[in-house]
Ligand binder design. Structure first.
Ligand code: ADP
Length: 447
């Protein structure tokens, strides 16, 4: 087993990894920018090393500085968390070239799945159902028009290097096509440095349902059920729950086994998430994330497994802790993402947290790096806390979520707690009858 893990991240996910490592008796090295000198992950780690100025490109994305920190601290493994360098195949290779263990998938799988055109091709070859669309990248307006006419408007132009909902354009009709195509390419170039795009049929009212999988890298893989992440704003997840209110047990079993088999065939290593859109009882693969997800605690509640410890064990060469038959899913779990944002305008709200009180009691988990007196920097992601609840049934989990939201106090800055309080009372949410379009429609209606 590893002696010392360097955590190449910040915020709640750096703490999450630190907690797993500490319980396993592994020492931790925090890295941080100058803006994060007094952050919680720095305070709790065994060692901390400053890797640069506030800007992420100079610190949390600075590969030479992170590798130097790992060498100075003599860390024998690196956990990348999510975001930042977690899906950077080149970084994973560099880590391994330095004889440091990479707590993540094989670099070649990160690379394949990071290119969404390649990812779709691979997923199709592994037997996963795809969203109908172009066969590969689309280079010209003429080609785009042919694809759109074949599948019928509306279509979606998507960046091959896409992520975080950027570089996507909905095209309603032929007149819009040329402008949207050029704009999507320009946006993709600006955001990711690559202008390759592809085209998909735009599904009208789907749900977003994803499967958590785990592979040992040697041909064994299991699935840990699904998460329903249909509550989104600007293609970004706001609330996640499991089980999905719309999936039957046989469907879960069928789709889960297809995913697990695909990952076993690929010899996938570590944690991964296969994302689908779901409409009229059909699944359509959209992408695969080769890392731990923000919403992984939902699955931890249902399975009783610790996904970070599982990642560490697999990276150290140990077998998966459970066979598929040993995985049981129990109860219902919901996660809400609490952001430092105005709950109405969603404008960022960084600054001094004058007061912080975390909810507690049975079946309540808070993953957060906040404390009273902490100053949320304006530089990074606005996620400040995840509130996750678990209970026997969906109805009880919603009651628990409502109760826990009432207990939470984040003073001094604005947060999205009031948005979540409004959501838990909405009849459509309570009945489970919502698609990926529902939240934006609600926000537009009530302002
Ligand atoms: P990203 O990597 O940028 O997050 P995804 O491919 O995962 O992009 O898509 C993000 C979200 O965009 C999905 O959860 C869904 O809400 C929406 N979306 C993506 N593809 C389609 C599609 N073909 N039809 C309708 N909505 C889509």
């Amino acid at each position: 087993m590893f002696r010392k893990i360097l955590i190449a991240n910040r915020g709640e996910i750096a703490l999450r990894v630190l907690r797993a490592a500490r319980e396993m008796g592994i020492k931790t090295v925090a890295v941080h920018s100058t803006a994060d000198a007094s952050a919680m992950h720095v305070r709790l780690a065994d060692e901390a090393i400053c890797i640069g100025p506030p800007s992420a490109s100079d610190s949390y994305l600075n590969i030479p500085n992170i590798i130097a920190a790992a060498e100075i601290a003599q860390a024998d493994a690196i956990h990348p968390g999510y975001g930042f360098l977690s899906e950077n195949a080149r970084f994973a290779e560099i880590v391994e070239e330095h004889r440091i263990a990479w707590i993540g998938p094989k670099p070649e799988h990160i690379r394949t799945m990071g290119d969404k055109v390649e990812a779709k091709r691979t997923a199709g070859a592994l037997g996963l159902p795809l969203v109908p669309g172009s066969d590969g990248a689309v280079e010209t307006v003429e080609h785009a028009r042919k694809v759109a006419e074949e599948f019928g408007y509306p279509v979606l132009v998507k960046a091959a290097a896409g992520g975080g909902g950027r570089g996507m354009k909905v095209v309603e009709n032929d007149a819009m096509l040329e402008g949207a195509f050029r704009q999507a390419r320009a946006e993709a170039k600006a955001a990711f440095g690559h202008d390759a795009v592809y085209i998909e049929k735009y599904l009208k009212n789907p749900r977003h349902i994803e499967f958590q999988i785990f592979g040992d890298g040697k041909g064994k893989a299991i699935h840990l059920g699904e998460r329903d992440c249909s509550l989104q704003r600007r293609h970004q997840k706001v609330l996640e729950e499991a089980p999905s209110p719309v999936l039957s047990a046989p469907e879960r079993e069928r789709m889960g086994m297809i995913c697990a088999k695909a990952m076993a065939d690929m010899h996938y290593r570590g944690a991964g998430t296969i994302e689908f859109l779901w409409e009229n009882n059909e699944f359509y693969f959209i992408e695969m994330n080769t890392r731990l997800q923000v919403e992984h605690p939902v699955t931890e509640y249902l399975t009783g497994m610790d996904l970070v410890k599982e990642q560490i064990n697999v990276a150290a060469g140990l077998p998966l802790s459970r066979t598929q038959d040993q995985v049981t899913l129990s109860g219902h779990a919901i996660e809400v993402r609490i952001n430092a944002e105005d709950p109405q305008t969603f404008a960022p709200s960084p600054g001094l947290v004058s007061e912080f009180h975390a909810a507690g009691g049975p079946g309540v988990r808070i993953d957060s790096a906040l404390y009273s007196g902490y100053r949320v920097p304006p530089t990074y992601d606005s996620l400040i806390a995840k509130l996750i609840v678990h209970d026997d049934s969906r109805e009880q989990a919603i009651a628990r979520l409502k109760r826990a939201l009432e207990e939470m106090v984040v003073g001094g800055i604005k947060s999205t707690i009031p948005l979540h309080q409004r959501l838990v009372d909405e009849p459509d949410f309570r009945s489970g009858d919502y698609s990926i379009k529902w939240l934006e429609a609600l926000l537009a209606k009530k302002g």
